[in-house]
Design a protein. Structure first.
Length: 220
């Protein structure tokens, strides 16, 4: 069975994610589409040139980090050292750091925008509220947040046995929970929508992910 409930208290699911992406980095990156989706315009059309943007779970840097780095000051973080190595080669003008979003630290109000595509659902969902608190701390008032969640609705974490030949971990709430998290952590939701899986080719049409675009409220 390809999907299994991830409820082993002894398992290190963060390390599983890191190991899987390190092993499949080349294959995964090679199948990503090379141009960003229109949803990224929600960020780019509202930012002044040289604005500071953080890409959480940047992967190999294509297409999101590369596109953002053309205009803005881009910092990318990813748990996979192999993905970061690829990103540094693909986007030499950006700054990239091997980091876990739940453990790294940035000074308050460091960024004008944060994006996170296809990444949050690799973090245990029990930590997601704290993650949005971190986002709110790192963003300036009026800062922008654009992120995707998993297509699967609210349910326990699970593993997939054949993610580019590796075992991968996923953990996600349903959209209504993320609406509550955003409100609780000081964000105003501006737009919701659906994006594809981020891969090139016809198979990309088969996978969809909800996204949220939100703004950190002024005075926070």
């Amino acid at each position: 069975m390809p999907f299994k409930i991830a409820d082993d208290p002894q398992a290190d699911y963060r390390e599983l994610v890191r190991t899987a992406y390190n092993r499949c980095a080349m294959d995964y990156a090679g199948q990503k589409r090379t141009t960003p989706g229109a949803e990224l315009n929600l960020i780019t059309e509202r930012l002044a040139p040289s604005s500071k943007v953080l890409d959480v779970g940047c992967g190999a840097g294509i297409p999101v980090a590369r596109h953002l780095a053309e205009t803005f000051s881009l910092t990318g973080i990813d748990i996979s050292s192999n993905m970061i190595a690829l990103a540094k080669g693909n986007v030499p003008t950006a700054k990239f750091v091997i980091a876990d979003a739940m453990e790294t630290e940035f000074p308050a109000v460091s960024f004008d925008a944060i994006v996170s595509f296809y990444a949050i659902f690799h973090i245990p969902r029990q930590k997601h509220l704290d993650l949005f608190r971190r986002f709110a701390q790192w963003l300036r008032p009026g800062g922008l947040l654009l992120f995707t969640i998993a297509e699967k609705d609210d349910g326990p974490g699970y593993t997939e046995d054949d993610f580019f030949g590796e075992t991968m971990y996923w953990s996600n709430f349903g959209p209504s929970t993320y609406k509550k998290f955003l409100t609780e952590t000081g964000f105003q939701i501006e737009q919701e929508g659906i994006v594809g899986g981020g891969f090139g080719g016809i198979d990309a049409l088969e996978e969809v992910h909800p996204f949220f675009f939100a703004v950190k409220r002024e005075g926070l």
